[in-house]
Design a protein around this ligand. Structure first.
Ligand code: SAM
Length: 281
């Protein structure tokens, strides 16, 4: 396990992932019944963007750094308000020094009765994560393989909720594991929302994931793609995607509004985006 998210925290892919996550959580908060979030590859929760590792790649400067340079207005500002509320909550000063990971976004947006399960396998990252969230009784942190967690913690006792699967993609076969893990979890909890992120470096692997999900007995799947430049098989990440099962019905249109704005701001070359309902409701 060599992957450390600190090198990448706040990059373009995180911005897309976390703004989407915040939209889903804002939607879940519209009903009073409690929900559960299960984050199978949680990371450390909050990232110090001024740390050596983050500064060495400088990825956050071309991601959240560029987004904060020109704040959005009107409808885009409204859609991004939940995401920005978390970024500002952990950055009291005018300059960005901390970037929220998925655990912090969920913690900030959840209510008293909602619950959050955070799973992380890297021993040192787990320690950091557990220390940060130990005081919060709504949150359970678990040192475990996220793929096992997908089997062990789904379905939760709550009727509503979200499973975020955000692996490091450093081991071979993770696209296949993602497809089979989502299909198996959906069988056990068909009403849950599932949100999975992937790098778009290998077009065959991405197509294989979509084909496996389309071929499974699952309704209502949204796929999004986002690129800051032509996708490349090697070199720095230029494109990513997400698949969402049972997305909030408003999410497709929300993202059709927000992603072009993101693409304009974070483009390095030929940027682009897509939002496709690959399986109807
Ligand atoms: N979800 C986080 C966020 O949005 O802030 C970022 C997660 S990062 C892309 C992937 C994380 O998965 C890393 O923290 C890595 O240590 C962890 N990891 C790698 N293999 C794992 C496994 N088999 N089970 C659980 N966590 C794993």
């Amino acid at each position: 396990m060599n992957y450390r998210h600190l090198y990448h925290a706040g990059n373009f892919a995180d911005v897309v992932k976390h703004a989407t996550l915040a939209r889903v959580l804002a939607y879940l908060a519209r009903k009073s019944a409690p929900y559960r979030v299960i984050d199978t590859h949680a990371g450390i929760g909050i990232y110090d963007v001024l740390a050596d590792e983050a500064e060495r790649t400088g990825e956050w400067r071309d991601g959240i750094g560029r987004i904060l340079q020109t704040p959005p207005e009107g409808g885009i500002a409204e859609l991004l308000a939940p995401y920005f509320s978390v970024v500002s909550a952990i950055n009291p000063g005018p300059e960005l020094s901390a970037y929220p990971g998925s655990p912090e976004i969920a913690r900030h947006l959840m209510r008293k009765t909602d619950r959050l399960t955070l799973v992380e396998k890297h021993p040192r990252d787990f320690e950091t994560l557990a220390a940060l969230y130990r005081p919060d009784r709504r949150i359970k942190t678990v040192e475990l393989d996220g793929w096992l967690a997908l089997g062990a913690f789904v379905p939760p006792k709550e009727k509503r909720g979200l499973v975020l699967v955000d692996p490091a993609f450093e081991e071979p076969g993770e696209f296949d594991r993602l497809a089979s893990g989502l299909i198996a979890a959906h069988k056990r909890w068909p009403t849950g929302i599932y949100c999975a992120w992937y790098p778009a470096k290998d077009a065959t692997a991405v197509a294989g994931l979509a084909a496996a999900l389309v071929g499974a007995d699952i309704r209502d799947i949204l796929q999004i793609g986002f690129a800051v430049d032509e996708p490349q098989a090697v070199g720095p990440l230029a494109a990513c995607g997400m698949v969402l099962i049972n997305p909030p019905w408003t999410l497709g249109d929300d993202l059709r509004t927000v992603l072009p704005w993101f693409a304009d701001r974070m483009a390095r070359g030929r940027a682009g985006w897509s939002v496709d309902q690959i399986v109807p409701e």
